[in-house]
Structures are given as structure tokens and as C-alpha cells.
Design a protein around this ligand. Structure first.
Ligand code: AMP
Length: 286
């Protein structure tokens, strides 16, 4: 077995830039994996994605307060820095940037990056200000590290489209790579928030992936309209024990506008509540 090389832990932007510059000077490209920590196999797959493309993987760990609403789980969000560093090193990550809040936001921010259009629907109305917080912190992280590529999961599909749109519109000199969702063996999408689920909720949670698959098959075969298929699936989820279906819809894979009849690349995408846990997921229609 080839042992991974050591992980360099940096806390400041200056140290991060030095660490990235050292690899650049050696002729290497760098791939940044921004995270909020509490890492699992989904995050590790992004590090592997960077390695597969020949990039030196660099990760960031920062639970960004500005993307949480006042009644959301910022305080409760799981934190395990030592465990995260160990997972990153084992995966072959070479730099981890783990700043504190003052390093990320040394003075009150007078600038916000706001992406319109792709933020209008889905999670947008349910999490006011969330995508502004995401777009602004990801812009900062990308400007701080200046990677050749940024790696993001399709698990957060709307976020991925927001970041792709922002990088395109602002001509940021880097490529954004979307990586497939990593799932538990039974199909539940891995998420740091899955640890909020009780054992009974964990069993119920699986229905989300099942129902999304049913919707994908039904609309792909043209057996019913998107609104009929998603209404049936929402009903089934509520019957299975979900507390709320915020949305469950079929959208254009790029614009995220809802489809009634699928006429191009499409995603089934959903946000639900189960007990105190908000579960989001999405799959391709074809
Ligand atoms: P988070 O720390 O949960 O905000 O996620 C950091 C990055 O990991 C984001 O780009 C997520 O989309 C990605 N990610 C989270 N869960 C998964 C998963 N199950 N599979 C693939 N990528 C994921």
C-alpha cells in the first residue's frame, strides 16, 4: 500500500497561499474541496476526484455562519476537526485550510455575491439568504486558494449550479467539477446531517431515494406528467412518516426551471423534513 503523504494544516490565508504556491512552483495543479467538516465518504470522493484529475487536493473546513438562517442548525452542526484531518490525510489530501471566523471575516462584510435565476426556486424561498452566504464564502475561499479546479458534490445540486453560474459570470479563472452523490448501501445520500436521525427516522429516510427513483422512471417512460408523478411521491413520503415535503419536483438540469414534460436533461430534486432533520437529495432522470 502506498502511504499518503503528510497533510499540511493551515489556519491563515497567508499560510494557505504559501502552501498552494509551493505546489505550483513544483509544477503541480491544485484542486480545492470546500467543506463544513464532519467529513464522510461523500467528501472523501471529492478529494479522490481531485487526485484522479492529477490535482494536489486541498480542502477547507469552515462552518460558515452566514449561510445558516436564524432558526437553523449552526450551533448544533457536527464538528470533529481531529477526525476530519485524519480522514483527509488518509484520502491523500495535502493541504487543509481550517480558519476561524475572524480569519474568514476579519471586518464586517460590505460585499455580498448574489446569484439570481438558479436561486429563485427550490431551496431559495425556504432558506432566505442561504445562497448569498454560500456564493460569498465560496468566492472568498476560491480567491484565497486560487485553485485550478474546485470540486463540489451533486448532492447539493442547486448549490453546484449556483457556483458554476457565479464562476462563469465573474470569469473566475478556474474550473468547477461536479462529482456524483455518494450513497449509503441502501441508497440514502450521505450527509453530515444524517447523524441527527433517530434509528426509526433513518429507516424512513430511505423512502426519499426510492420515491425519487419512482418519479424518475415514471416521467422518463412518459407514464404521467411531472406534476402527477411528484404529487404521488410527496403523498407517499408523508404517509411513510416524513413531516414535510418542502418541494419534490422535476427540473431542467441546468436552469433548474420546473418541467411539466421532460424535454431535455432533467433532475428529480427534493427537500424534506423528518423530525428535526432537513434532508435534501436529487437524481438524474435518465
Ligand atoms: P458540506 O460540508 O456538507 O457542506 O459539503 C461539502 C461538499 O461535499 C459539497 O460540495 C457537497 O456537495 C459535497 N457532498 C456532501 N455530501 C456528499 C455526498 N453524499 N456525495 C458527494 N458529495 C457530497
Amino acid at each position: 500500500m502506498i502511504m499518503p503523504e503528510k497533510l499540511t494544516i493551515v489556519r491563515t490565508v497567508v499560510e494557505l497561499r504559501h502552501a498552494v504556491a509551493a505546489f505550483r512552483a513544483a509544477g503541480r495543479t491544485v484542486g480545492l474541496v470546500p467543506t463544513m467538516g464532519a467529513l464522510h465518504e461523500g467528501h472523501v470522493s471529492l478529494v479522490k476526484g481531485a487526485l484522479d484529475r492529477g490535482d494536489v487536493p486541498a480542502a477547507s473546513i469552515f462552518v460558515n455562519p452566514t449561510q445558516f438562517g436564524p432558526n437553523e442548525d449552526f450551533a448544533a452542526y457536527p464538528r470533529d476537526e481531529a477526525g476530519d484531518f485524519a480522514k483527509l490525510e488518509t484520502a491523500g489530501c495535502r493541504i487543509v485550510f481550517a480558519p476561524d471566523k475572524d480569519e474568514m471575516y476579519p471586518v464586517p462584510m460590505l460585499t455580498t455575491v448574489k446569484v439570481t435565476g438558479v436561486t429563485d426556486g427550490l431551496c431559495g424561498p425556504f432558506r432566505p439568504g442561504h445562497f448569498d452566504g454560500v456564493a460569498t464564502v465560496v468566492t472568498k475561499l476560491l480567491m484565497m486558494a486560487m485553485p485550478d479546479r474546485g470540486y463540489f458534490g451533486e448532492k447539493d445540486y442547486q448549490q453546484l449550479q449556483v457556483i458554476k453560474t457565479m464562476v462563469r459570470d465573474l470569469a473566475m479563472p478556474m474550473e468547477i467539477v461536479g462529482m456524483p452523490t455518494v450513497r449509503e448501501p441502501d441508497g440514502l445520500a450521505m450527509s453530515s446531517r444524517n447523524r441527527y436521525l433517530s434509528a426509526a427516522e433513518r429507516t424512513t429516510a430511505l423512502q426519499l431515494y426510492r420515491e425519487m427513483n419512482t418519479v424518475a422512471q415514471t416521467v422518463r417512460d412518459g407514464r404521467s406528467s411531472c406534476s402527477e408523478a411528484t404529487a404521488a411521491a410527496s403523498k407517499a413520503l408523508l404517509a411513510a412518516g416524513f413531516d414535510k415535503v418542502e418541494y419534490l419536483t422535476v427540473v431542467d438540469a441546468e436552469s433548474l426551471r420546473p418541467f411539466e414534460k421532460v424535454t431535455g436533461p432533467a433532475r428529480v430534486i427534493a427537500a424534506t423534513r423528518l423530525g428535526r432533520t432537513r434532508l435534501i437529495d436529487n437524481i438524474a432522470v435518465s
